[in-house]
Design a protein. Structure first.
Length: 420
């Protein structure tokens, strides 16, 4: 494919799909990987991560041909639009990409570009591994107990963007329909009101839960927990729980067992190598991840619960500055850090790029470059353990050396070269 504005590297080859249903890719030694720097601090953390990822690839006998793509403020300058078709098509064609944070205004303006990308590409699983790096200050006594992976549904729930603004003709039509046609009485208060719709489908739920269970089986995890508020939202989040159990019970045979069966038929004894699927109410789970951290492995969650809980887990390992993530579809990966764009720090070369770097490690794992991914993790941990850190961690570490974003990336690269 040719692009009007995006420049395709002369070197490198495109990643190709072997089997989309099986999520199998053919990754060349020097793949072309699109990179979207993003808004705000994306201009700082993305180049830093790009340098680290390149170093890790080369240290393991490979390379990366980077391809700049654009969305948000950079796209408005080039295309006069927030999310150009070329950006979407470049990610779709090359199958693996990484992006920095994009800014979304609160209360007005365009809808979230992050959500728009996920929905357009149908990257339906937002995956966030949460683990502690030695040396990172944490607000909890034993951050090393946190080792969870959240699978957050990425396309539905309140993030579907189906809502109507207070005071508009549209919201009054919806209100009239609810009250006059659907019998919703004495529920909506008088006066201006905004109304939204929360879709949760069987299709969206089951494909997410499959990804979570498959991950648990492939990585030797003990359990998958369905996190929902089905005691209140019985036909949306309650359905998420029920459909999740259907996947476990109907599609995996003896590889997976549900919590009820475990206690009723097996006296609480888990079969060897079997994954236990259980469920927890979302508000209780916010306590459980803090008070019973070691009991949980993998979580599967509707969109909003996944946003809340993955951030809460991130706080226990030291904050979102080191919390990585990636969005997965069928034979498609778009890696991105959990944190936002923090525009007030943009261009200051001071923020922590670890989350962006580790998001790249997730991308490398997806490409079956596990050796390069592990090298990145080890090098980040070695750098932080030596107290060479950016300002956010430096202010919490006695006797540390404060580094700029670019200096921290250079220190990580030094450790990559030493560890390789």
């Amino acid at each position: 494919m040719t692009y009007d504005t995006v420049e395709v590297p002369d070197e490198g080859e495109r990643i190709r799909v072997i089997d989309e249903e099986a999520d199998e890719l053919d990754v060349p030694e020097t793949p072309i990987i699109p990179i979207l720097y993003g808004d705000g601090i994306g201009q700082d953390v993305s180049p830093a991560a790009q340098d680290v990822l390149t170093a890790a690839a080369r240290a393991t006998g490979r390379d990366v041909a980077w391809m700049r793509i654009y969305a948000g403020s950079s796209a408005r300058e080039l295309y006069d639009e927030n999310l150009p078709d070329e950006t979407v098509e470049a990610i779709r064609e090359h199958r693996v990409a990484i992006k920095g944070p994009l800014t979304t205004p609160v209360g007005s303006g365009y809808r979230s570009l992050n959500v728009a990308l996920r929905q357009t590409l149908d990257t339906y699983a937002n995956v966030r591994p949460t683990y502690h790096l030695e040396g990172v200050p944490s607000p909890v006594s034993h951050p090393e107990q946190m080792d969870m992976v959240s699978f957050r549904e990425n396309t539905e729930d309140v993030y579907a963007g189906i809502e109507w603004e207070a005071g508009t003709d549209e919201v009054e039509r919806v209100r009239s329909f609810l009250e006059d046609e659907m019998g919703v009485e004495e529920t909506i208060h008088d006066g201006p009101v905004g109304i939204g719709v929360k879709p949760i489908s069987e299709h969206g739920t089951k494909r997410l839960v499959r990804q979570a269970i498959d991950y648990a089986l492939e990585h030797g995890r003990d359990s998958v927990t369905l996190v929902h508020k089905g005691n209140i939202m019985k036909f949306t989040e309650g359905a998420f729980r029920d459909w999740g159990y259907e996947v476990a019970e109907e599609e995996y045979g003896d590889e997976v067992i549900t919590e009820n069966t475990l206690w009723e038929e097996r006296d609480g004894e888990q079969p060897e190598d079997a994954v236990v699927v259980n469920d927890r109410i979302a508000d209780n789970m916010l306590q459980q991840v803090l008070t019973r951290t070691e009991q949980y492995d993998v979580m599967a969650l509707p969109n909003l619960n996944g946003d809340y809980l993955s951030d809460a887990c991130g706080a226990q390992i030291g904050g979102l500055g080191i919390a990585p993530g990636a969005n997965f579809g069928d034979a498609l990966c778009l890696a991105e850090p959990v944190h936002g764009s923090a525009p007030k720090y943009a261009g200051e070369d001071k923020v922590n790029p670890t989350a962006m770097i580790l998001s790249g490690a997730i991308m490398f794992e997806y490409m079956d470059w596990s050796d390069a991914a592990q090298l990145i993790k080890d090098a980040c941990e070695a750098t932080i353990s030596s107290k060479r850190v950016t300002y956010d961690l430096h202010r919490q570490i006695e006797g540390g050396e404060k580094l700029a974003t670019s200096e921290y990336a250079a220190a990580v690269i030094e450790n990559i070269e030493e560890l390789a």
